[in-house]
Design a protein around this ligand. Structure first.
Ligand code: PRP
Ligand code: URA
Length: 206
């Protein structure tokens, strides 16, 4: 299952994010803002528990988030979404997965993994701005499954139909949330129209 966020506030920011003239500072701010909107939509089914609350007028009840959450950015570009996720989920744990695409084949090459094993029914939220061939996302979810995670969501800013197709075929039970579903991958496995290399644009390494 995949969902494409459709909202004027998101579309406006995605257009600026794509613009080649957008400098890294603004790119990072836009990526963060879009991530917050994505998370708002994607986490509507978080479990909550009732808590007592005393207002200045009366005792009442409220709800607090009951899910334990592990955020999993795929290095390095996933770091561009982490601050926003931690802002809205300040008690989440963080695990990281390092992956670099082979420039010729686009196969992901895992180079680092530091994710706490699942202890129960935690929700793992994988974050990466780009879902292109789907190789990195699928590898990440495979690693999380081996660590015992059963509940997983994948959040990205821009996706390609090829990557969504591959991901959904292997993980039909892992929902994908994206701010834009683009047209196709070019011969270098880049998303078109896309935004170029997300990592380079976040870290200013173009
Ligand atoms: C980018 C992006 C994803 C991956 C997506 O990372 O951040 O992780 O490519 O492509 P895929 O769907 O074809 O696997 P990249 O390998 O460029 O590394 P970086 O984040 O270190 O720049
Ligand atoms: N990774 C990126 O950063 N951009 C793409 O278009 C594809 C993979």
């Amino acid at each position: 299952m995949h969902s494409v966020l459709s909202h004027p506030l998101v579309d406006h920011r995605v257009a600026l994010l794509r613009d080649r003239a957008t400098p890294p500072k603004l790119f990072r701010e836009l990526a963060s803002e879009i991530t917050e909107f994505l998370a708002f939509e994607a986490l509507g089914d978080l479990r909550t528990a009732e808590i007592p609350v005393e207002t200045p007028l009366k005792k009442t009840t409220g709800r607090k988030i009951a899910d334990r959450i592990v955020l999993v950015p795929i290095l390095r570009a996933g770091m561009g979404m982490l601050d926003a996720m931690l802002r809205i989920l300040p008690y989440a744990k963080v695990g990281v997965l390092g992956m670099q695409r082979n420039e010729d084949t686009a196969e992901p090459i895992p180079y680092y993994a530091k994710v706490p094993p699942a202890q129960g029914d935690e929700l793992a939220i994988v974050i990466d701005p780009m879902l292109a061939t789907g190789g990195s996302a699928c590898d990440a979810v495979r690693q999380l499954r081996k660590l015992g995670y059963k509940r997983i969501k994948f959040l990205c800013l821009i996706s390609a139909p090829e990557g969504i197709g591959k991901f959904e075929a292997e993980f039909p039970d892992v929902p994908v949330w994206t701010a834009a579903k683009d047209s196709y991958l070019n011969s270098h496995h880049y998303i078109v129209p896309g935004l170029g290399d997300a990592g380079d644009r976040i870290f200013g390494t173009l």
